[in-house]
Design a protein around this ligand. Structure first.
Ligand code: BG6
Length: 427
């Protein structure tokens, strides 16, 4: 473990992400005794009279002031120190902050890290531009692109599960698997994030990041060692493509909950709050398996699950593996058994494994994210190549939507995914 003295600089410290996730996560790591002994948080905010370091993030002089302030802390540390810059700010602010850090004396420090939150661009070309922009000032080892889904317990367990259980390892291919479905179903609506959501939508918000990352973990070749994980994920993404049936729209379903347009005060908004897309992999081991990624807001149920459906050999012999990310993280497998009784009857049952029954409540994923960044472990972070691949996959859909807007359907809040997919109970 890296006990190197650390200054953790949070841009946007008074914002939602910092207050709800980052500060509590640092607190939680501190309680485990795993933080470096010399550790200081510097919260950057434009708000005056706060407990944090006040600066105007658009003023280059203020970056020099920040540098002087950090130098003073380091003098007290009396040891080589790493500086971690966490940009917990709206995407439009990121580019300028990176440039102003890059053009100030801050960049001359010999141990800088940059942590970035999504969205990383809005399409393939803007993502490429953003990568180029970051590359101007930071090397790839210094940059950590956060996707907190990758740090959830089940995501980290996917590799262990696939590698450590020979039954599943041997059958993780097209000969045995019928279909793969990955779903992030949320009960919450956009919760007042009007500007963010109007610029984003479900495809960019959750599919580009969390869902494609979960897919890459489920589809990748197993790595020889953990350092190879990002390369394997990248390889899996390179082989993924959306499937288009004869009519283009059939590979994608998009929908918007009723009331959204009033909420965002844009009566013509085409932003989707629900999306489901069909993909296939070119990997010869997985070719032909239908892969479905689905997410939505204001839905009936709250869950994130990876479902692997196995082929049946007979009417009653299809099994299903569910890797449940949340709530109640765990693993579930359906089996068929004879019902006790004089008549021969067969029924389906579930084998359950719940992490909390053995280990109590799980830590928030941000604890792992920050811990890994402090310790220079890149495995749970997305590389720029992965980001580019996710946009390659989704650009096709975005281009399709640009040229056609007749396919958006509307659903009542609280609808189930099935209802939306079958156009039932739609507004
Ligand atoms: C965020 C999205 O990245 O993930 C949100 O911007 C979404 O729209 C959230 O609600 C889901 O994260 P979690 O950890 O609550 O499942």
């Amino acid at each position: 473990m890296n006990k190197i003295p650390t200054i953790f600089i949070i841009f946007g410290v008074s914002g939602d992400l910092a207050q709800r996730y980052l500060l509590p996560a640092i607190n939680a790591i501190a309680k485990t005794g795993m933080l470096p002994n010399k550790f200081q948080i510097v919260g950057v905010t434009r708000q005056k009279n706060s407990d944090y370091f006040q600066m105007d993030i658009t003023d280059k002089e203020d970056y020099e002031r920040l540098n002087v302030y950090l130098n003073e802390i380091e003098k007290e540390f009396k040891e080589p120190t790493q500086r971690i810059f966490y940009l917990a700010v709206p995407p439009e602010a990121c580019k300028d902050i990176i440039e102003l850090i890059g053009k100030s004396s801050l960049i001359k420090h010999n141990n800088n890290k940059l942590l970035l939150e999504k969205p990383f661009g809005t399409n393939l070309s803007s993502a490429k531009d953003l990568v180029k922009h970051v590359d101007k000032y930071f090397s790839s080892e210094q940059v950590y692109r956060v996707d907190h889904y990758m740090a959830k317990e089940i995501s980290q367990n996917l590799i262990v599960f696939r590698n450590g259980n020979s039954l599943f390892k041997k059958t993780w291919n097209k000969d045995f698997i019928e279909s793969i479905e990955i779903t992030v179903s949320e009960k919450i609506d956009i919760e007042g994030r009007v500007n963010f959501y109007e610029q984003t939508g479900a495809l960019r918000d959750v599919v580009q990041s969390h869902l494609l990352q979960l897919a890459s973990l489920a589809l990748m070749d197993l790595p020889k060692n953990l350092d190879d994980v990002p390369k394997c994920r990248l390889q899996a993404l390179k082989q993924l493509n959306i499937v288009c049936n004869i009519k283009n729209e059939e590979c994608v379903k998009r929908a918007q909950y009723k009331g959204y347009r009033n909420e965002v005060n844009n009566l013509k908004s085409m932003i989707e709050t629900f999306v489901s897309i069909n993909l296939q992999s070119n990997d010869s081991k997985l070719a032909g398996i239908p892969i479905t990624l689905t997410t939505g807001k204001a839905l009936k149920e709250e869950f994130t699950v990876i479902k692997i459906r196995y082929k049946k050999d007979d009417e009653n012999e299809s099994n299903e593996l569910q890797l449940r990310v949340q709530p109640d993280a765990g693993i579930e497998f359906s089996i068929w058994a004879k019902k006790p009784g004089l008549e021969h009857q067969v029924s389906k049952h579930k084998l359950h494994f719940l992490f909390k029954e053995y280990y109590g409540e799980l830590p928030n994923a941000y604890e792992q994210v920050l811990f890994n960044a402090i310790n220079s472990d890149h495995n749970l972070f997305t590389s720029s190549e992965e980001i580019i691949q996710t946009w390659r996959i989704l650009d096709e859909i975005q281009n399709m939507w640009k040229n056609n807007n007749s396919d958006l359907v509307f659903y009542e809040k609280g609808s189930s995914i099935e209802q939306i997919m079958e156009n039932k109970h739609l507004a």
